[in-house]
Design a protein around this ligand. Structure first.
Ligand code: CP
Ligand code: NVA
Length: 310
């Protein structure tokens, strides 16, 4: 039976029930099929999404904008430097005002607390388009992509090699929710947030997933169904880039590492990739790499989210 998600905020996969995640993935599958057959589906005629960006974006901005257009609605790009937020208007007042014009809000920013505050004062659903802590829309699209390729999620082993960042956090939450084992393999000083690990393990207890943090890439990828990586320096960490390149060098996803995984292992990356740093050119362009299908699926999964919450 369909779960009612109208009006729901999408801030973290941890907040969603297993049934809600299932509903998003199943809806996305139907919407992707409609796109492929050219069938129109426009439940959001007359509806408007505001998209607040404090950081750069290619995929998130464009896929949300196209998603609203395809669903019959309209998306407004709101750069924080143009909003009165920049001049000291509070998040609470911004939320109250935008709720009078819009039907939903998407936000990409630094502090996760800003997204929580926006949601607390908004009368409309708020969607997290990435914070320093989490990137739920990316991981929902990742789960969709993995299921599309492998036919299942439960029982698979995803090994994330890299920084214990927003992607690592959302992958742990996502895997824990659907019963997919997630291993985070990172340098010792760059482990994920302890509270996120605790909550993901708690969620994993009911789905049967195993969530673990390790530090040796060669042994971590043993039996991996999916190897996942992300940039070593995220947005906002640009000045740490040189130092991180040295520390993370043993964590590069390259052909030698791929050799140690299952023969049919898939390679994923949320993109943008820094070719030659966290992933080699050769691996990113390998037949096992599904990064561009993964990027495409942002559109289908976000259409599902928008159609369900607006
Ligand atoms: N993966 C992702 O969120 O890409 P953008 O930063 O381009 O939106
Ligand atoms: N960890 C990266 C993800 C980009 C989609 C960042 O926050 O910059």
């Amino acid at each position: 039976m369909a779960v009612q998600m109208k009006g729901k905020d999408i801030l973290s996969i941890h907040d969603l029930t297993r049934e809600e995640v299932r509903q998003i993935l199943d809806t996305a599958k139907i919407l992707k099929m409609k796109n492929q057959t050219g069938e129109q589906f426009q439940p959001l005629k007359g509806k408007t999404l505001g998209m607040i960006f404090q950081k750069s974006s290619t995929r998130t901005r464009i896929s949300f904008e196209v998603a609203m257009w395809q669903l019959g609605g309209y998306a407004l790009y709101l750069n924080t430097t143009d909003l009165q937020l920049k001049r000291g208007e509070t998040i609470a007042d911004t939320a109250r005002v935008l709720s009078r014009y819009l039907d939903a809000l998407m936000i990409r920013t630094y502090a996760h607390q800003d997204v929580l505050d926006l949601a607390a004062y908004s009368a409309i659903p708020v969607i997290n388009g990435l914070t320093d802590l989490l990137h739920p829309c990316q991981v929902l699209a990742d789960l969709f992509t993995i299921e599309e390729k492998k036919g299942v999620l439960t029982g698979l082993k995803l090994v994330y090699v890299g920084d214990g960042n927003n992607m690592a956090h959302s992958l742990m939450y996502g895997g824990a929710k659907v019963g997919m084992n997630v291993t985070i393999c990172c340098p010792p000083g760059y482990t994920p947030d302890p509270e996120v690990i605790r909550q993901a393990k708690e969620d994993a207890a009911s789905s049967g997933a195993v969530i673990e943090i390790v530090h040796e890439p060669a042994s971590a990828v043993n039996n991996a169904d999916i190897i996942y990586t992300d940039v070593w320096a995220s947005m906002g960490q640009e000045e740490e880039h040189a130092e991180r390149v040295k520390i993370f060098a043993p964590y590069q996803v390259n052909s030698a590492l791929l050799e140690k995984a299952k023969a049919d292992t898939l390679v994923m990356h949320c993109l943008p990739a820094h070719r030659g740093e966290e992933i080699t050119e050769e691996v990113l362009d390998d037949r096992r790499s599904i990064v561009f299908d993964e990027a495409e699926n942002r559109l289908h999964v976000q259409k599902a989210i928008l159609a369900l919450v607006i």
